[in-house]
Design a binder for this molecule. Structure first.
Ligand code: NDP
Ligand code: MG
Length: 394
């Protein structure tokens, strides 16, 4: 590897964004920051710009752009501040960019991530919602442009590491029987069912093993995260839903496994720190230091496994049904979940209402075919509208 790679970090102010910048800063001879983007944490974005000196920064509106631009000039930086979705897409597709970390949370990340894919970049995908929403169209765009899509989600990164290099020939062809997706079970794995009625956003966001953004923390508590990840795995590895099995593994040391027809089961293990999959994908097919401490198996002591309980975690069933229904269903599931999680974080609904609201949205609208991106955004908008009505009707 010769030239320094230019990296755009979409969602730089978030948990994945910061971990990505931590890894990049360890390897200045390999990576340089081309662009950083933020949304609400703009003071943090400014600090990151001073540290990493990107060519561009992207913010959501003109007023914040003016402010950040003048602050950066005053700090002696040549960084140019761009605005909104057009700015996000521009820094994803710029001819000077080699690699894009897609770490915006939710549907807001779809267009900029697709812009990177269409421009044939190396795309590190953390923003699972983008792939869940637009599955077939997203993967078609990857094939057409020749983009290199590498999974950041720890489970999918683990599966990628356990699969042979030619897995695109088909899982069955390369001898894979099943993919085992591990899940920690989140903070409510053992909470008495009756107590789930009154759990708070703070309890939901207090994940036992991982430190993450608030939306994915709530998704982990409801296990919608594992539902979204099952759909993500189907698209990334061209798997059928029945080839994916969810296993609760509370230590979060095994990040996922691949079960082969000869009885071999390959797993990827490591401390639960996102810098490992980030460093893996950044350097792939090489290996670099991530700053993560070595796994101490003696300290881990034991590895436990159990079956998930769909009565406790109805979101798992809703995601499976949406995957089976296909078409507009996954986009609607995702959008309804985004609205429900936000409402729960704002204390407008209870934790147990998240699944109820999503189910009601999905039942209110027949599944439609999605042949173009417009249909994906229409399904997303319709689900948000129905979710809004559900909220208003309570
Ligand atoms: P955070 O909430 O910590 O960060 C989200 C990022 O997206 C922030 O930079 C935020 O900006 C930005 N953002 C939010 N809304 C918008 C918007 N409307 N337009 C543009 N930018 C926006 O989330 P995480 O880092 O935890 O997660 C990011 C993605 O990675 C998610 O899709 C998540 O599922 C996935 N992921 C995360 C893991 C983790 O360990 N954190 C593990 C596996 C996957 P600002 O902060 O300035 O508002
Ligand atoms: Mg994950």
């Amino acid at each position: 590897m010769s030239a320094v790679q230019q990296v755009t970090v979409l969602g730089a102010t978030g948990s994945i964004g910061l971990s990505t910048l931590d890894v990049i800063a360890r390897h200045p001879e390999r990576y340089s920051v081309f662009a950083l983007t933020g949304f609400s944490r703009l003071a943090e974005l400014q600090v990151l710009c001073v540290q990493h000196r990107p060519r561009y920064a992207v913010v959501p509106d003109d007023a914040s752009a003016l402010e950040l631009q003048s602050n950066l000039r005053a700090a002696g930086l040549a960084t140019e501040v761009l605005v909104g979705e057009a700015g996000l897409c521009a820094v994803s597709a710029d001819a000077a960019v080699d690699c894009v970390m897609a770490a915006i949370v939710g549907a807001a990340g779809l267009k900029p991530t697709l812009a990177a894919v269409r421009a044939g970049k190396k795309v590190l995908l953390a923003n699972k919602e983008a792939l869940v929403m637009s599955g077939a169209l997203f993967m078609q765009a990857v094939k057409q442009s020749g983009a290199v899509l590498l999974p950041i989600d720890s489970e999918h990164n683990a599966i990628f590491q356990c699969l042979p290099g030619d897995y695109a020939r088909g899982l069955q062809t390369v001898g894979v029987r099943r993919v085992l997706l591990t899940a920690s079970g989140g903070p409510f794995r053992e909470t008495p069912l009756a107590d789930l009625e009154c759990v708070t956003p703070e309890q939901a966001c207090a994940h036992p093993n991982w430190s993450m953004g608030r939306k994915i923390s709530v998704d982990s508590a409801s296990m919608m995260n594992k539902g979204l990840e099952s759909i993500e795995a189907c698209w990334l590895f061209d798997a059928r839903p029945e080839q994916i099995e969810v296993v609760i593994h509370r230590q979060s040391v095994i990040h996922s496994l691949v079960d082969y027809i000869d009885g071999s089961v390959l797993a990827q293990l490591g401390n639960p720190d996102m810098r490992t999959p980030i460093a893996h994908a950044l350097a792939w097919p090489e290996r670099i230091d991530s700053g993560v401490s070595p796994l101490d198996l003696f300290a881990v002591g034991r590895l436990d496994f159990e079956r998930p309980d769909e009565q406790r975690f109805p979101c798992l069933r809703l995601a499976r049904e949406a995957a089976q229904a296909g078409g507009s269903a996954p986009a609607m599931l995702n959008a309804a979940n985004e609205v429900a999680v936000e409402a729960f974080l704002q204390r407008r609904i209870r934790f147990v209402d998240i699944a109820r609201m999503i189910e009601s949205v999905l039942n209110a609208q027949p599944v439609q075919a999605v042949e173009a991106l417009d249909a994906v955004f229409a399904a997303d908008a319709r689900a948000r509208e129905l979710a809004g009505q559900w909220l208003a009707g309570r």
